[in-house]
Design a protein around this ligand. Structure first.
Ligand SMILES: *[C@@H]1O[C@H](CO)[C@@H](O)[C@H](O)[C@H]1NC(C)=O
Ligand SMILES: *[C@@H]1O[C@H](CO)[C@@H](O)[C@H](O)[C@H]1NC(C)=O
Length: 298
């Protein structure tokens, strides 16, 4: 009992429980976001979830007022005709919005979060883990990234977008929870805690992190197997130099990190004004913050 308590208390050393808002584009009842919800709660954070009622994959930064539903939410997770927005009746920290990912984030920041947090907004927004990667050319179309960029660019709240290469949609109440959902949740929590432990401001202004996990395989099946690599979203052929890392001023692309195998996770510093790679001076701040978590691509 005591050993278990100590183990679960370890991850929050150096990072107090934070007000974290979760969103995604696969929908509020997708298992990946619920596994992360559980992991963040277990780590001691004060978490509110606000995500689309249905799968809104590929809707980028679209934002429009939610309209009343006639059908049930995805996986029958809300009843038919239950309005434009709603909450789980026994857990009002879990909310759905009948609109886009960015709209869900807006409602989370302006409405659902402050209802739970005595009028305050989130300190950090985390989106995903998306079912499937969001690399390079997919970035502008991703609702998971659209939700993070809404937070960073429009609301001025630091944001991290997570995506995982292992696919297959799963309902929130899938039992047992497959390894891919559980492992992505633990990895996302690990990075979230590293960002929180680095102190405020958690990220530079107009920046979001775009984090892509590789597939869960026999070799990459537990959090300890993975290595985090600082990357860039688009190839840098015509770009200004990146921050110096691993003896180079050109970071690897996120696609090359994921394709390299070896359980490498890409962490790109995104520019929230245009969803490309952030400038070197902002990359440098993130490099400093994540410090010992990062390794070089071998
Ligand atoms: C969600 O939408 C995307 C894009 O249209 C699709 O690829 C994916 O299979 C959908 N997921 C579900 C659970 O329908
Ligand atoms: C609503 O919350 C209850 C209690 O936490 C849980 O058992 C149930 O699965 C949840 N349903 C949905 C759709 O979130």
């Amino acid at each position: 009992m005591r050993a278990q308590f100590l183990l679960s208390a370890l991850p929050i050393l150096g990072a107090q429980g934070a007000r974290i808002l979760q969103a995604n584009d696969d929908g509020w009842a997708e298992l990946y976001i619920r596994s992360l919800n559980e992991a963040l709660n277990e780590a001691g954070h004060d978490v509110v979830l606000s995500a689309p009622a249905d799968n809104q994959s590929g809707t980028g930064s679209s934002d429009k007022e939610p309209s009343p539903r006639s059908d049930a939410c995805e996986y029958d997770s809300c009843a038919a005709n239950s309005g434009p927005v709603g909450s789980n009746s026994t857990n009002t920290r879990l909310n759905w919005v009948n609109s886009y990912p960015a709209t869900s984030t807006r409602y989370g920041i302006d409405t659902f979060g402050p209802q739970i947090w005595n009028g305050e907004g989130p300190e950090l927004v985390v989106t995903g883990p998306n079912v499937g990667t969001n690399l390079f050319l997919a970035v502008p179309f991703s609702g998971t990234i659209g939700a993070a960029v809404y937070a960073s660019h429009t609301a001025g709240i630091p944001a991290i977008a997570f995506s995982g290469a292992s696919t297959g949609n799963l309902a929130w109440n899938t039992s047992p929870v497959p390894a891919r959902s559980a492992v992505y949740a633990l990895l996302a929590t690990q990075l979230t805690e590293a960002v929180l432990a680095s102190g405020t401001p958690y990220l530079p202004s107009e920046v979001f992190l775009n984090v892509n996990f590789p597939e869960i395989t026999d070799d990459c099946n537990g959090p300890a197997n993975f290595k985090w690599v600082l990357s860039r979203i688009n190839p840098g052929t015509f770009s200004d130099p990146d921050t110096e890392s691993c003896g180079s001023t050109r970071l690897p692309t996120e696609t090359s990190v994921i394709d390299a195998g070896g359980c490498h996770i890409s962490v790109s510093v995104g520019d929230a004004t245009d969803k490309t790679t952030a400038p070197a001076e902002k990359q440098a701040v993130v490099l400093q913050k994540l410090g010992s978590l990062l390794t070089c691509l071998e």
